[in-house]
Design a protein around this ligand. Structure first.
Ligand SMILES: NC(=[NH2+])NCCC[C@H](N)C(=O)O
Length: 412
């Protein structure tokens, strides 16, 4: 029943994807915490779930196998030893390295069935749920203003950021912000222990405890040997160097990285919020990332016998042509580059397309200017509802982690 993870492009027909349906963790966002939790508003959960279910349905209708993160981790945790190690890791990573709270939490979580354990960890653990039983200072409600002993993980529905499949290997992220750091533990256990994946040994290009900071939203697998990686709020230049080193020295198939510097801001936290690939020679791009016509800071890192070779570019179109060996590149601007529509639609992830086959994408319906433009450029657009999910600052690409795509017959 095992299958091999394999991603050799951004656009090959999407065969299998990992999603997380938003759950009760969303209801544990408050005005006081939303900023730290990386939200700009509090989504209405039941609508967000309906929107997400429609997303999954569009994917299934188009031949994609949809796997859910919570189901997979629940299956993994049926093994008692694995469950015990997993609980310890979650507790340590929640800041309880030792002492009576850690001991209490270990026992508390060990007594939960795998599905309840998963739900509780994702939703967060309230003081009042354990207060009476937690017989130390932490158990007193007055000890601080935080209602949680363990914080919720509302960003889990952005599965993209937790890991990326590159070729036939995986890069598990080291998340920038504390509130997202524990999310990757789920991924690490799923990839290492779930029977679906454990049949084929997975090479790792990056791991969650690697020192360098890297998130999946910054990685685009352009073809079978070229990656684009954002130098961003979430991915450091050191991480890109380390990734290049591992990919180039191992049999990854990857010999070229395009590193693109993007603004370090919340609206553009990852490369995929401003740049995605939708066809062999077509890309969406948010024009404001360019200083002037097509200009930005871009470097290529190429594998050579003397180590990594660097080249600086300033023209996005030129670097894409060079590296992909194409004579023309079609850049499709978010909001048609309009002074108002472009930033408005970028804010709601108008550039964050999930490509499900060459020239075929899933987008948010609210970005109607960008969607219309994509259609004018010959792209087939499947629109999904987006009032609530968009409040988390992520679109269809952020909400999906591709596990397997069909290889392209005509590799560029
Ligand atoms: N791949 C992406 N663009 N993901 C969007 C993540 C949004 C999330 N609220 C965060 O700030 O982390």
């Amino acid at each position: 029943m095992g299958f091999q993870i394999k991603i050799k492009s951004e656009i090959g027909k999407l065969r299998a994807v990992l999603l997380k349906r938003p759950g009760k963790e969303i209801e544990n966002i408050t005005p006081a915490t939303m900023h730290d939790l990386l939200f700009d508003d509090i989504p209405y959960l039941s609508e967000a779930q309906k929107e997400h279910d429609r997303f999954a349905e569009i994917l299934r209708q188009n031949g994609t196998k949809v796997l859910y993160l919570d189901n997979l981790i629940t299956e993994v945790l049926k093994n008692r030893n694995v469950k015990s190690n997993f609980i310890s890791q979650m507790i340590t990573n929640s800041g309880f390295t030792d002492g009576t709270t850690a001991i209490f939490l270990k026992e508390y979580f060990s007594n939960l069935r795998p599905n309840d354990l998963v739900e509780k960890l994702m939703t967060g653990l309230r003081k009042e749920e354990v207060g009476g039983k937690l017989k130390n200072l932490r158990g007193f409600p007055e000890i601080d203003t935080d209602p949680f002993v363990m914080a919720p993980m509302p960003n889990l529905y952005f599965t993209r950021d937790l890991a990326s499949v590159i070729g036939q290997g995986a890069s598990v992220s080291n998340m920038t912000f504390k509130v997202r750091k524990r999310e990757t533990i789920f991924l690490e256990y799923i990839l290492a222990k779930h029977p679906l994946f454990s049949e084929h040994a997975i090479p790792y290009w990056h791991r969650r405890d690697d020192k360098t900071q890297l998130e999946g939203g910054d990685i685009l697998v352009l073809n079978n040997h070229v990656l684009a990686v954002g130098i961003s709020q979430r991915t450091s230049v050191e991480a890109i160097e380390a990734l290049a080193d591992v990919l180039f020295k191992n049999k990854s198939g990857y010999d070229t990285i395009i590193a693109l510097k993007i603004p370090k801001s919340h609206a553009m936290m990852h490369l995929d919020t401003v740049f995605t690939m939708v066809n062999y020679d077509q890309f969406t791009v948010y024009p404001d990332i360019m200083r002037e016509y097509r200009k930005m800071d871009i470097w290529t890192l190429r594998s050579s016998t003397k180590g990594i070779k660097y080249r600086k570019y300033t023209d996005l179109q030129e670097v894409l042509k060079d590296v992909l060996g194409l004579s023309e590149i079609d850049l499709i601007y978010t909001g048609n580059g309009d002074a108002v529509a472009a930033p408005r639609e970028q804010w709601n992830d108008g550039s964050n397309t999930l490509t499900i086959a060459p020239g075929e994408v899933v987008t948010y319906d609210r970005n109607y200017v960008s969607n219309e433009l994509l259609r004018q450029h010959g792209i087939k657009v499947h629109e999904m509802p987006s009032s609530e999910l968009s409040r988390g600052r992520g679109g269809p690409r952020c909400m999906s982690m591709p596990l397997q795509r069909e290889e392209l017959s005509q590799e560029n």
